[in-house]
Design a protein around this ligand. Structure first.
Ligand SMILES: Cc1ncc(C[n+]2csc(CCOP(=O)(O)OP(=O)(O)O)c2C)c(N)n1
Length: 634
């Protein structure tokens, strides 16, 4: 029996000797590697926090003390130590463990955090709540990566935490120097200066011996630590930044020396006010394939980089071509150069790509500035991360009618990353933005076409949204309807029953649906709008020629293309029913993309059934002479 099998909760951990802890760390690494290579998942980050997580659970008393992971992908070791070893093999599978903390899974999970940089704000609020409610024996712990620390919210939180002097709050900075790629920016350089300082090892030794001599009691101890810090201040100065904010700092600590981390955490816990513990770790530690991986230390397996044949890669290749033709086109990424497909553009035009850190809000307003300065920025981010930059998109870009192109990768159902990562909001929130044009390519050729059309727009913002994964086969239009592509007309002998408007790859799904419906004698015209905002007015006449309009989109049903089409038809007094088919407006859990689409009722078979039923209702309404036609909208 392994040690890990005997760990049912943090209490079991507290009984182990130092030697056993070392053995346990090895066992955990084996499980992490074996599982994630089979299920997919965040390997590099978790290999780096094994000792750190063990130390956290030995020092703090979860779930009484609260631990917030930032981002939550660093929580696998925590899962293994809080009674989920037996289920760990189901990681990220349908019905299995999620890849982030999950309140449904464990009382030890509090914040279901996967969007970065929120932990310090949660922790600030939690610590204030416990104080006000008279629960002084609880400590709140936030574990934040150096990448997550580049996000603006983290700094807004620090500003407030600095003023909350009696918050029992321990902020652990897990500094591995990497986000997906090396973390970029002034802060990162500051932290890197410590890591690369030749005297760092010497200083670690100094802290190590001093700490072990320090008695473990309360606030006065901080003075000792502080003294150590002051002693090394001339050599290492990261603390200056935090201390100037009025926040206590302990570190840097070698994050792979469990005993040392434990000792630092105990001091921080007993101090009784907000403390930053700066822990240096190595992403991928203990697994040479990860430690030596030059792209991202196996941040994720399989790799998140834009592989050949993916939507991201087709975008990336075309950006390279556009870059050659248009010297005014620049690219912005929020710490995800490889995953969003900008690697080649970055290599060819290093001066025209900006990695802003995990800072989508800054990315968008900085893009506004670039556009005001005469450039055409392409902001390439995952769809789900656009959410936090909504105001910047609306007020800083759109209000000023600036030519900024948003490229929204991972739009629609993404799969195993679950609720927080499905890109199901952008198609709705961007519909709200005056002057915004949204393109949804159905295949690789259309990415190229629409991206070029988007960067040619000079009087306002544009967005191009496409899903995760491999791009499917190409389908040419058989006719044009306004600016839209007609992909299919009703077959011989069939009437114009259904006008099916499919956004992006859902247009191709629409072709399969049309085949199935033709088998039931229902004639379908399939249209790919190409641009889902503004909705093409040619739909008005086309709708009048059909008995039912069905819209299909890989986006939340509320406020997306379907609602926009229905509104257009209402505005033109068209009384043909509109059936809007899309993702239910819920937090959809994890699974493969196909599994989640099936649960949402969006497979070709399910769509065909739903549309057949709607046509049947329409037929009986038509037969019911004189009675008003019931709307078939769900
Ligand atoms: C708001 C937001 N933007 C982008 C991402 C995508 N993302 C996930 S992890 C990561 C890098 C995190 O780096 P760090 O905090 O240093 O943690 P590490 O993985 O190195 O442990 C990024 C950019 C995210 N989770 N949240």
């Amino acid at each position: 029996m392994t040690l890990l099998e005997c760990i049912n909760g943090p209490e079991d951990l507290k009984r182990l000797s130092q030697d056993q802890l070392t053995r346990l760390a090895g066992e955990i690494r084996d499980v992490l590697i074996e599982t994630t290579t089979r299920t997919s998942g965040h390997l590099g980050p978790n290999l780096g926090v094994v000792e750190l997580t063990i130390a956290i659970h030995r020092v703090f008393d979860s779930p009484k003390d609260k631990i917030v992971f930032d981002t939550g992908h660093q929580s696998y070791v925590h899962k293994l130590l809080t009674g989920r070893f037996a289920q760990f093999g189901t990681l990220r599978q349908r019905g299995g463990l999620t890849g982030y903390p999950s309140r449904a899974e464990s009382e030890h999970d509090l914040v279901e955090n996967s969007h970065a940089s929120t932990s310090l704000s949660y922790a600030d609020g939690l610590a204030k709540a416990y104080k006000l409610r008279g629960e002084p024996d609880r400590t709140v712990v936030a574990l934040i990566g150096d990448g997550a620390l580049t996000g603006g919210m983290a700094w807004e939180a620090l500003n407030n935490i600095a003023a909350a002097k009696d918050s029992r709050l321990v902020m652990i900075v897990n500094d591995n120097g990497w986000s997906y790629q090396p973390t970029i920016g002034g802060l990162a350089e500051h932290l890197a200066a410590i890591r690369t300082n030749p005297r760092y090892e010497h200083v670690l030794d100094y802290i190590k011996t001093s700490l072990s001599r320090t008695p473990l009691v309360g606030a006065p101890i901080y003075g000792t630590l502080h003294g150590i810090k002051k002693g090394i201040k001339d050599v290492l100065q990261p603390q200056v930044m935090f201390e100037d904010l009025g926040i206590k700092y302990v570190g840097p600590i070698d994050g792979h020396d469990e005993r040392l981390v434990e000792s630092a955490l105990r001091h921080a816990r007993d101090f009784g006010g907000p403390v930053i513990v700066h822990v240096i770790t190595k992403k991928g530690f203990g697994y040479p394939a990860a430690e030596q991986n030059e792209i991202d230390c196996l941040h994720q397996v399989p790799a998140a980089g834009a592989q050949p044949g993916t939507w991201s890669r087709v975008f990336g290749d075309e950006m390279l071509a556009i870059g050659a033709r248009r010297p005014d086109v620049v690219a912005i990424t929020a710490a995800m150069l490889y995953p969003v497909g900008l690697a080649q553009f970055g290599a060819a035009y290093p001066d025209r790509v900006y990695d802003v850190g995990i800072a989508e809000q800054h990315a968008v307003t900085s893009a506004a500035g670039l556009a005001m300065g005469g450039l055409h920025p392409v902001v390439a981010i995952y769809s789900t991360f656009l959410n936090r930059a909504f105001d910047q998109t609306l007020m800083d870009v759109a209000l000023h009618q600036l030519p900024v192109t948003f490229v929204l990768d991972r739009a629609g159902v993404t799969g195993p990353d679950g609720a927080s990562h499905h890109g199901m909001w952008d198609g709705s929130i961007l519909q709200l933005v005056p002057g915004m044009k949204i393109a949804a390519p159905r295949d690789a050729k259309r990415i190229v076409e629409l991206l070029n059309e988007a960067v040619d727009v000079s009087d306002g913002p544009t967005a191009v949204r496409f899903p995760k994964g491999k791009v499917g086969g190409e389908v040419e239009a058989i006719a044009k309807l306004g600016g839209m592509d007609v992909l299919r007309e009703p077959g011989d002998g069939l009437g114009a029953d259904v006008l099916l408007v499919g956004a992006g790859p859902m247009a191709l799904t629409g072709l399969e649906v049309a085949d199935r419906l033709a088998g039931h004698g229902i004639g379908v015209t399939v249209v790919d709008p190409r641009w889902t905002k503004p909705v093409d007015e040619a739909l008005v006449g086309a709708a009048r020629r059909h008995r039912l309009v069905a819209t299909v989109e890989d986006n939340g049903r509320v406020g997306g293309l379907g609602d926009a089409v229905a509104r257009l038809l209402r505005d033109h007094d068209v009384d043909v029913p509109v059936k809007t088919l899309g993702l239910p407006q819920e937090f959809l859990s994890h699974g493969s993309r196909d599994e989640v689409l099936e649960e949402a009722g969006l497979t070709p078979q399910q769509l065909a059934l739903r549309i057949t039923e709607a046509v049947a209702r329409r037929t009986s309404a038509e037969a019911d002479e004189g009675a008003p036609e019931p709307r078939a909208v769900e």
